[in-house]
Design a protein around this ligand. Structure first.
Ligand code: BGC
Length: 314
């Protein structure tokens, strides 16, 4: 993944599902849709912590490991890159001291298992570190997690993001380890009262319903945020990956399209890779019921449809 993940999409709410919400079945045909549409990368969020023993040596459930294997293989077989992370390990944010040995043991197992796979697979150490993982604590933890990966896999691209839930404003506090194969990630959901309007897991988000997005001052805010991240990347010699960005289905589609297209175009202009949050559930660019892309979101991400591709399909 020398030049970065390129244009990606998250298969969210599949291997990371918390239960009780919408879920994405990790079906082979969805990998086909993503490859055919022209994406380069699938980010596979994985909730390993819900599928590993609570006591040392913290063995990952073999059946779950095989599900992740299948997702990785489905991406690589289609010429897509895959990004595998540790997702929703909330206890790392609430009680990192107690969970650090387990977190490191997860990475030792994951890295050893996938060490033989091609460079199209990248690892991302932890989704949205925050809470008790303060910037200084996280910097120490991420160095240990990187060492756990490097013990069996010295060459693979590893993605690191700042504490503060991968907010780009937290980049200055991220200590970058000395390692030639790192990428930096940030998540972008600003303005939050637009992207998360109506989101059931955000207290008070119903009050934001009806917030639209567009116009010069909205655009200026996004541009200056992303330029700040790009400047940090240049300063540290690291390529940037906007590993999550998206607007929840509670927002009006015309605003979602404008915001998504603008963030995507700015990321492209600044030479950043990106991955839309997410493929097929509550932010979904793809409508699982109709079995088709939501055209405004597909267009916002990938541009005008390829006429050759269109005519070749029934
Ligand atoms: C979380 C999702 C959430 C999304 C947007 C992700 O990191 O895993 O549950 O929908 O962020 O808030």
């Amino acid at each position: 993944m020398e030049s970065g993940p390129g244009r990606g999409i998250n298969f969210g709410n599949a291997l990371d599902a918390l239960g009780g919400g919408p879920e994405l079945p990790l079906d082979e045909r969805y990998f086909d849709e993503v490859a055919r549409a022209g994406f380069d990368t699938v980010r596979l969020p994985v909730r390993w912590s819900a599928h590993a023993a609570a006591a040392a040596p913290y063995t990952i459930d073999p059946a779950f490991f095989r599900r992740v294997d299948a997702g990785v293989r489905a991406a690589l077989d289609r010429g897509l890159n895959a990004v595998v992370n540790v997702h929703h390990y909330q206890e790392m944010n609430t009680d990192p001291d107690a969970h650090l040995p387990r977190f490191l043991a997860l990475w030792r197992q994951i890295a050893a298992r996938y060490a033989g796979l091609p460079g199209q697979l990248a690892f991302e150490l932890l989704n949205e570190p925050g809470g008790r993982l303060t910037p200084s604590r996280w910097n120490a933890v991420l160095a240990q997690a990187l060492a756990a990966v490097r013990a069996s896999d010295p060459e693979r691209t590893v993605i690191i993001g700042p504490a503060g839930h991968n907010d780009l404003h937290a980049l200055p506090a991220l200590a970058v380890p000395d390692d030639a194969r790192l990428l930096a990630t940030v998540h972008y959901y600003a303005p939050f009262d637009f992207t998360h309007q109506g989101a059931g897991w955000v207290p008070g988000a119903d009050r934001w319903l009806g917030r639209t997005w567009g116009g010069a001052s909205d655009e200026d805010a996004v541009r200056s945020d992303l330029e700040r991240a790009a400047a940090w990347g240049r300063e540290h010699g690291l390529r940037l990956f906007v590993g999550e960005f998206g607007a929840f289905c509670g927002a009006a589609m015309d605003s979602r399209e404008r915001w998504t297209a603008f963030v995507r175009a700015e990321a492209d202009r600044l030479g950043m890779s990106w991955a839309y949050w997410e493929f097929g559930t509550d932010f979904g660019a793809f409508d699982l019921v109709r079995g088709a892309w939501r055209e405004p979101l597909r267009r916002a991400l990938l541009g005008a449809a390829d006429p050759a591709r269109r005519t070749s399909r029934p």
